[in-house]
Write a protein that binds this ligand. Structure first.
Ligand code: WQD
Length: 337
């Protein structure tokens, strides 16, 4: 059997695309997910894409016994840790839930890995650790400045990993700071599927395009950006998933790293709306409203380190992100026939 990689959160938006990328790279992905933020039919859809059903362990990273059992049942060569809460606003309202899950759960996972002798980890971090960066595009050397509990959980986890690797050089760790994932798998069988009203821009626009939501609220147009609206570095979720495979390959050679995963190109909210209009050939209503608390004007990644250390470069552009998102939305409307 090909090397087994445990993917926590493997039934989620990023996780499901990582599972496909691992399979395509010759690994055997094992999904570990509590399905709190994932539809239960995702593994079935993954089987359609991959041609074989992935192993699935329904479990919570805060359950040590469940984690230990997963490592007893599977010869795990490495872990890709994606299971975390990730909504900034929610983290402000429920900080304890975020520290319990994102930090406590992670501590649990590291303990289970150590007990199993599995010391190869890819960790999903976030550009949110940069807070309001002094420079954009932002390099990995920029200071970490949490602006909210969610960002603080990511900084704490990164610092835990620094201390662990200092104490035990046997650990090989890849820290990947995501910018803004967007789009869906080319099969339109998996994609971003927020349970309720989306926090993030692309899935919100997508629901306006289907008519499920009435109009887009543009959170401020008085930022110091070309058209006054927020600029972000959107990266196709399939590019992002492929970055995880490249990270794992480096860890197999013992090369730990901390890199941004972005495109280096920023797009404003109005540019996103225009791109989605092109993809759907539909006029999408929007209204300029007040800024959202905690938003920063621009997030954009410096990408040279990921290129030099992982050989990673994003291949897919904004139009492909919008087209794949729209195909996914239409497939859902058709019931994914
Ligand atoms: C993008 C832009 C908004 C919604 C968040 C998390 C981050 C990461 C990615 C996990 C901003 C504007 C948005 C809307 C809008 N998640 N916007 N109307 O805030 O950059 O990052 O998701 O790692 O941690 O913070 O993404 O998609 O919410 O916002 O105008 O209805 O779109 O102001 O400029 P964000 P986003």
């Amino acid at each position: 059997m090909a090397e087994q990689i445990l993917v926590t959160g493997g039934a989620g938006y990023i996780g499901s695309h990582v599972v496909v990328a691992l399979h395509e790279a010759g690994y055997t992905p094992v999904i570990f997910d509590n399905f709190n933020n994932a539809r239960r039919d995702v593994p079935v859809r993954l089987a359609q894409i991959m041609g074989t059903a992935p192993s699935v362990i329904e479990g919570d990273i805060r359950d040590s016994a469940c984690l230990d059992q997963a490592f007893q049942e599977h010869e795990v060569g490495g872990v890709i840790h994606l299971a975390a809460h990730k909504a900034v606003g929610e983290s402000v309202a429920k900080p304890l839930a975020y520290f319990d899950n994102n930090v406590g759960g992670f501590l649990n996972l590291l303990g289970a890995m150590e007990r199993a002798g599995c010391k190869r980890l890819v960790f999903s971090s976030s550009a949110t650790v940069y807070g309001e960066p002094d420079e954009t595009p932002t390099p990995e050397t920029a200071p970490r400045r949490a602006m909210n509990p969610y960002g603080r959980t990511k900084i704490i986890c990164e610092e835990m990993l620094q201390d662990l690797c200092t104490a035990d050089p046997e650990w090989a760790v890849g820290v990947l700071r995501y910018f803004n994932p967007a789009g869906a798998h080319g099969s339109a069988l998996i994609g971003e599927d927020p349970a309720d009203i989306p926090n993030n821009l692309m899935p919100y626009i997508a629901k306006v395009a289907t008519g499920a939501l009435a109009k887009i609220s543009v959170f401020g147009n008085d930022y110091d950006t070309p058209d006054g609206t927020g600029v972000r570095d959107y990266i196709h979720v399939e590019d992002l998933a492929e970055g995880h495979v490249l990270s794992l390959a480096q860890l197999r050679q013992g090369n730990g790293h901390l890199v941004n995963l972005g495109t280096g190109r920023g797009y404003s909210v109005l540019e996103m709306i225009a791109a989605y209009q092109r993809a759907t050939n539909r006029q999408l209503p929007y209204e300029i409203v007040a800024r959202r608390e905690g938003d920063v004007p621009i997030y954009c990644a410096k990408t040279e380190k990921a290129r030099d250390l992982l050989g990673f470069e994003a291949k897919r552009g904004l139009d492909e992100m919008c087209a794949s998102s729209w195909a996914w939305m239409q497939a859902q409307e058709r019931g994914n026939d």
